[in-house]
Design a protein around this ligand. Structure first.
Ligand code: AMP
Ligand code: ZN
Length: 464
């Protein structure tokens, strides 16, 4: 039995897929105006684990995702510039050039993290018609009205607004910042834009389309209502995203989709917690955004980061530190040493496999599952080949590519190999003082040497 925490009901619930053995899964995709940061990537790793756990349990996963290439403003409310236009100005390119560049980079980050690409991906700019259709229905049903700057969703017509976060409208109103009320025509400060017009701040907005209300561009939330319905139908099984989407983006998706079609959007809502950096919020204004490329520059592999994410439950915050990443790197190295390329034994370790599955099926308790993995790896009462067999099975969920990842191979410069040889000679002569001295010289060249039963082992020194 598979159980997940449903943000909507605030309860752990059993998964009951609408289509029997197939699960419809929708993931809010990236806003492709800049590199994804490792916080974003943590959320996509969580969603990938979910995808893999469903498959591990025999379900076929129909995984859909949008690409936000228009309409996501700098503020999640109706404030600020379109992020794509910010990116375009920054780099002197067109918004669509920016969008395609960072979409490509996003998918290459996912591939390096061994994340299974959703089988259905649709861009906001390529689903404008479907978005307009929903806005038309909302207008016909009296949920939408036209202001000077935009067509808005009238939240007073949707009494259940805010049911996802559990936040009462009155509380939200008190929390609403003044600048959100940019359009005096808004009936309620929390009414949100479905379609922006080319006026005021947006009069020079580069991307725009005709609509029954005038030339303009869609708001951010409507794209997910339209794309998820188009790709998966309504309702579908599971909708995911980061916790920051609960209060506004997903709340608004629910309001739009339910108001238009009188049916729930999704049955289960799952949200991944934040990645923090040095215990604080990661953000552009904090100046502490890290990308996958920056981790790679310091000698880490993307899968080191993936391993690090597996160590925390998706519903708890995870604090990124370089020390924690190094510990993950060392653990992953050890795990890959344990999975040689030779063909594994036919039989695995049945008990460990059972425990592993109960852990992952219990609201994706991957940290617990990882504990079971290590217990099994270190269990010398089990034949090595059986342990390898189970480990490779577990890797279908962990996604660490253990069948192919070998302890990270390095090519040594001539000076370093000469020192390694000299150190071996010193050790053969039991001249340990000399051997320690050479170890330091090797470190100066950027390598770390350790002594194992199989001889000297060399790793690239990681600096942070
Ligand atoms: P965006 O590209 O801004 O639309 O965000 C992509 C995904 O990353 C969304 O699911 C966000 O909820 C998620 N996200 C944003 N910041 C963080 C963070 N610090 N930690 C984890 N997930 C995040
Ligand atoms: Zn979304």
């Amino acid at each position: 039995m598979l159980k997940f925490y449903n943000t909507f009901s605030r309860k752990i619930e059993e998964l009951r897929p609408l289509k029997g053995s197939q699960v419809g899964l929708y993931t809010c995709g990236p806003t492709v105006y800049d590199f994804a940061h490792i916080g974003n990537l943590r959320t996509y790793i969580f969603e990938d684990i979910l995808h893999r756990v469903l498959e591990y349990n025999g379900y076929k996963v129909d995984h859909a995702m949008n690409i936000t290439d228009v309409g996501h403003l700098v503020g999640d409310g109706d404030e600020g510039e379109d992020k794509l236009e910010v990116g375009a100005k920054r780099e002197g390119k067109s918004p669509l050039e920016i969008a395609r560049k960072y979409e490509e980079k996003f998918f290459s980050d996912l591939a390096e993290l061994n994340i299974i690409k959703p089988n259905q991906v649709l861009r906001a700019t390529e689903s404008i018609e479907a978005q307009i259709e929903i806005i038309k229905i909302l207008e016909e049903k009296g949920f939408a009205y036209k202001g000077k700057q935009a067509v808005y969703f009238d939240i007073s017509k949707f009494p259940d607004y805010g049911k996802l976060s559990g936040q009462k409208l009155s509380e939200k109103m008190t929390g609403a910042r003044k600048e959100i009320v940019i359009d005096k025509d808004k009936k309620h400060p929390q009414d949100f834009a479905l379609w922006f017009f080319l006026t005021g701040r947006y009069q020079n907005h580069i991307l725009h389309w005709p609509s029954p209300w005038g030339e303009g561009f869609p708001g951010w939330h409507i794209e997910c209502s339209a794309i998820s319905r188009k790709l998966l139908g309504q309702p579908f099984d599971i909708h995911t995203g980061g916790v920051d989407h609960i209060g506004t983006h997903h709340t608004n998706e629910i309001a739009q989709s339910e108001a238009a079609f009188g049916a729930p959007l999704a049955n289960l809502w799952m949200h991944g917690e934040f990645l923090l950096i040095d215990s604080g919020r990661m953000g552009k204004s904090e100046g502490n955004l890290l990308t996958l490329d920056e981790l790679k520059k310091r000698g880490f592999s993307p899968l080191d980061f993936r391993y690090m994410c597996l160590q925390a439950h998706y519903r708890t915050q995870l604090n990124f530190t370089w020390e924690a990443l190094l510990a993950a790197h060392n653990a992953l190295d050890r795990l890959s040493e344990f999975s040689p390329a030779e063909k594994p034994h036919q039989v695995g370790c049945a008990e460990y496999e059972q425990e592993f599955q109960s852990a992952i099926n219990d609201d994706l308790n991957v940290p617990q599952a990882l504990g079971i993995v290590w217990e099994m790896v270190d269990d010398s009462a089990m034949p090595v080949s059986a342990r390898i067999n189970s480990l490779l099975k577990f890797d279908k969920v962990l996604g660490l590519d253990l069948a192919n990842t070998k302890p990270q191979e390095i090519i040594l410069p001539v000076e370093a190999s000469a020192l390694i040889n000299a150190r071996q000679l010193a050790r053969d002569k039991k001249d340990f003082a000399k051997s320690d001295e050479i170890r330091l010289q090797i470190e100066d060249l950027g390598y770390v040497v350790s002594d194992t039963p199989g001889g000297q082992k060399i790793r690239k020194k990681i600096t942070f």
